[in-house]
Design a binder for this molecule. Sequence first.
Ligand code: ZN
Length: 264
Amino acid sequence: MRLPRRTLLLSFPILTLSLFVFFGGIGSAEKETVKTQGGKKALKALLVTGGGYHDYKKQKTILTEGISKRAAVEWDVFMGDAKQTKEKLSEKGWADGYDVIVYNLCHAHETDGNFVEGLSKVHHEGKAAVVIHCSMHSYHWKIPGETKHWPAVLGVTSPRHGAKSPIEVSNLAKDHAIMKSFPGKWTTPQGELYHIDKVWPTATVLAKGTIDGGKKFHDCVWINTYGKGRVFGTTLGHHNETMSAETYLDMVSRGLLWVTGRLK
Ligand SMILES: [Zn+2]
């Protein structure tokens, strides 16, 4: 069947848009939408992921599907290497239209302080964020000078991590909305506990973890306020097994709802 000329003209931009959504526009970077269920107006979230040492390809599915089973959240996913991610997060208005940005990335070698300052400004002006695991080792190790914008966004400064081992997590905030349903103690299936050298004054620690039976603890779950933006952070989540655990996905989902004002 031949389509009328007007239909052909209309369908061309729609086809072009679909190709961009499914194949990505820049290098190997991906952008895709995961549908959510539920009647109430869904939150719009952008997951920014990618980098070395972690199975981000599987984790993007674990996180988006796991959270959307628990909360009405619609996703866009951007997965790229350090250069692609920097280009994306430098675009004008890249975060517009999103209720929350979720970072699960590992770009530790960034040296461009202006880029990180610009990225941090988005959150200072009020954009909510969830920051996971190697996000705490990104965007500050190699930034020259004393100005550390990204750790101020995160609410903690982490210089290193310990050996791979399950982590015994202690809930320090059973009365907080995020941690109400979290067990008093929970041992992760596997783990890589980050060392936290500094908790910023704007942050509140919600849980701490140990891998040596309590000789040494490191804070591993917290909330932060950065300017007008709310942040939920956890260093837990190196392994897919941990990230897939019900306890983990419940906690991160509640953190996401809290930073967007949906959890009182
Ligand atoms: Zn890791």
